[in-house]
Design a protein around this ligand. Structure first.
Ligand code: ATP
Length: 337
C-alpha cells in the first residue's frame, strides 16, 4: 500500500543555519535562515527567517533575534516550534495537516529526536518521520542507496558534520561531530580578535569565510576589507584580512572534520572501502562549499572527493524524495510516529 499518496507530503531540512522545505511534485518551495526575532516585553514573534536574520546584532534590548537550533539540534524548543509552524504554514498554505519527513543528525539522542518530532507535531504535522542526514543527503544527491555497494557521504552543515558509509539502504559506519560551518565562523572571530585586536560579528565572520575563506592554499592570496570595533580604542575601524589569514584561522577546525572522516574510513569494512576508493567521497551541506575543502580532504584521505551539484539542497531534496520510497520508508527513517 502506498502510504504517501497525499499532495500534503513535505520534507523538511530543519537545519542550524537554514530551513528548507520540499513539497512533493513542486521541489524546494521555501529556503529561509533558521532565525526568529521575538519582542521579549510581550513575547510576540516579530519576524521569522530572512527578515529576522537581518536583525541579528542590531536589536534594541527588548528584542532578541535568535537561532533556536544550535549544533544541529533544538536548543530552544518553543521558538523552534513557532518557527516550524510559520514555515509549514507558508509552504503549505495553512489547510490541513501535512505528513512530514524531517532530518536529524545521525547520532541524535532519543531526547533530541523526540524534541524534533514533538516540535513538528505541535507545529501542525499529522505524521512525522525522522530521517538521518547522511541518508537524506545521499538520496538527494541521486545515489541509489539500496544497492549492495558502499557510498560515503560527508554532510557539513552549520552545526554538525555527519559522516556515513551507506550500503543497502542503511548506515554501516557513521559519526557525527558538532563541528561545522558555525565553528568556522567562531574561529574567524577569535582570530580577528587576537591578531587584529578587533571585535567582529557573526555575519562579518561568515562573509569572510564565504568570500575569501579557504581550506587549501590559493594560487593567489585574495583579501577583503571588513568593519568592526577596535578593542583598544572602542571605536569602529576598517581592516583588510587576507585569505591566507582565514586559512590559518580555520586550520584546526578543518582538521577536526578530517579526523572524523578518517575515523569512519578506518572502521569501514574492506569491501565497502574498496567501493569508496572507486566512487570517491561525496560532500554535501553548505559547509562543504568552503573553497578547497574537497582538495584538502582528497589529499588527506587519498580518496577522490567531490562536492554534490546542489550541495546546500541535497538534504532537503532527500527528505522529500524519501517519501517516494513509501514501501521502505519505515526502514529508511529512524522512527515512525
Ligand atoms: N560558499 C560557502 N563557503 C563556505 N561556507 C558556506 C558557503 N555557503 C554556505 N556556507 C555555510 O554553510 C553552513 C550552512 O549549511 P547548511 O545550510 O547545509 O546547514 P544546516 O542544514 O542549516 O545545518 P545542520 O545540518 O548542521 O543543522 C553555514 O555555516 C554557512 O556559512
Amino acid at each position: 500500500m502506498n502510504l504517501f499518496k497525499s499532495k500534503s507530503d513535505m520534507g523538511i531540512d530543519l537545519g542550524t543555519a537554514s530551513v528548507l522545505v520540499y513539497v512533493k511534485g513542486k521541489g524546494i518551495v521555501l529556503r529561509e535562515p533558521s532565525v526568529v526575532a521575538i519582542d521579549k516585553s510581550n513575547n510576540k514573534v516579530l519576524a521569522v527567517g530572512e527578515e529576522a536574520r537581518r536583525m541579528i546584532g542590531r536589536t534594541p534590548g527588548h528584542i532578541v533575534a535568535m537561532r533556536p537550533m544550535r549544533d544541529g539540534v533544538i536548543s530552544d524548543f518553543d521558538t523552534t516550534q513557532l518557527m516550524l509552524k510559520h514555515f509549514i504554514k507558508k509552504a503549505f498554505g495553512g489547510f490541513g495537516r501535512p505528513r512530514l519527513v524531517v532530518c536529524i543528525p545521525c547520532e541524535a539522542t532519543e531526547v533530541e529526536k523526540r524534541a524534533v518530532r514533538d516540535a513538528a507535531l505541535n507545529a501542525g504535522a499529522r505524521t512525522v518521520y525522522l530521517i538521518e542526514e547522511p541518508i537524506a543527503a545521499a538520496i538527494g544527491a541521486g545515489i541509489d542507496i539500496t544497492r549492495p555497494s558502499g557510498s560515503m557521504v560527508v554532510d557539513i552543515g552549520g552545526g554538525t558534520t555527519d559522516v556515513a558509509v551507506i550500503s543497502l539502504g542503511g548506515m554501516v559506519v557513521r559519526s557525527s561531530i558538532k563541528i561545522a560551518g558555525d565553528k568556522f565562523d567562531e574561529a574567524i572571530i577569535r582570530y580577528v580578535r587576537k591578531e587584529h585586536k578587533m571585535m567582529i560579528g557573526e555575519r562579518t565572520a561568515e562573509d569572510l569565510k564565504v568570500n575569501i575563506g579557504c581550506a587549501y592554499k590559493r594560487d593567489e592570496d585574495i583579501s577583503m576589507e571588513i568593519r568592526g570595533r577596535d578593542l583598544v580604542l572602542g571605536l569602529p575601524r576598517n581592516i583588510v584580512v587576507t585569505s591566507e589569514e582565514i586559512r590559518s584561522a580555520l586550520q584546526e577546525t578543518i582538521e577536526a572534520i578530517a579526523e572524523c572522516v578518517h575515523s569512519v574510513l578506518e572502521k569501514t569494512p574492506p569491501e565497502l572501502a574498496a567501493d569508496i576508493c572507486d566512487k570517491g567521497i561525496l560532500m554535501t551541506g553548505g559547509g562543504s562549499l568552503l573553497w578547497g575543502l574537497d582538495k584538502y580532504l582528497e589529499e588527506r584521505m587519498q580518496v577522490p572527493v567531490r562536492v554534490a551539484e546542489d550541495a546546500v539542497s541535497c538534504v532537503a531534496i532527500g527528505t522529500g524524495k524519501a517519501l517516494d520510497f513509501s514501501d521502505r520508508l519505515e526502514e529508511l527513517t529512524a522512527s515512525n510516529y
